[in-house]
Design a protein around this ligand. Structure first.
Ligand SMILES: [Mg+2]
Length: 230
């Protein structure tokens, strides 16, 4: 692996603690708008439903079945509806407010800064992320991640997302590398890992548990483990 000099990191839940940051932002909205009494639901129960709905909508978005604007408010609208609370206006407001609040949260995945400092002297570090441009830019700046990366590829800017092979080929072109030089490090099995493997890259899956049948790629449960690989 050490011979491969171009390391591509995913952003959300690989470096930037999306779950923690998102939860914190939503708790803020949930409290401000008195959802506990309006919907008769605790924050934890609300989040369980929200996460399932959000996941489904992202799936649809990644297959171009819904537009970004729809995804943004539908995830709240449908969650409110689940709890028999009908409020389209508030769903739109949350869509805006959530995107304003969450990217400014700065929790990183454990060991993120340390591993970037460790790798930086010997490798070209890049990012490939499927998020929205205006949001991902803020996260990268707020957390002081941006200066560590040579190339930052945000799918929305290029009209193609992971796991599509085209984004990995585009990444090679932008970094003047070949598939033999590249490693993808990410938490999403389908987008990051299978996408990279399909483009003939090596891949490292960051996840608490190793998925089965994982001969085709490496598994780590903590970012620090990259020190024994690179
Ligand atoms: Mg991710």
């Amino acid at each position: 692996m050490k011979k491969r000099k171009h390391l591509f990191f995913d952003l959300d839940n690989t470096l930037w603690d999306f779950n923690k940051n998102s939860r914190e932002a939503l708790l803020q909205l949930f409290t401000e708008h008195h959802i506990e009494s309006r919907c008769g639901v605790s924050f934890d129960e609300f989040m369980k439903v929200y996460e399932a709905i959000n996941h489904q909508l992202w799936e649809q978005y990644s297959h171009q079945k819904i537009a970004k604007a729809e995804l943004r408010y539908q995830r709240f609208y449908q969650t409110f509806q689940f709890f028999k609370y009908e409020n389209l206006a508030l769903s739109h407001q949350w869509a805006d407010d959530y995107l304003k609040i969450s990217p400014y949260k700065t929790h990183l995945i454990e060991g993120a800064m340390d591993i970037l400092h460790y790798l930086k002297p010997n490798y070209h570090l890049h990012i490939i992320t499927n998020g929205f441009k205006e949001v991902q830019d803020i996260k990268l700046k707020q957390c002081l991640l941006e200066p560590h990366f040579n190339t930052i590829i945000i799918s929305e800017e290029h009209g193609v997302s992971k796991p599509d092979k085209q984004i990995f080929e585009l990444a090679q072109a932008l970094t003047q590398s070949t598939a033999d030089d590249c490693v993808m490090i990410g938490d999403n099995l389908e987008a990051d890992i299978f996408g990279a493997i399909n483009a003939q890259w090596k891949a490292i899956h960051l996840a608490e548990q190793a998925a089965s049948l994982q001969d085709a790629y490496l598994h780590i449960s903590k970012l620090q483990e990259l020190k024994s690989i690179f």
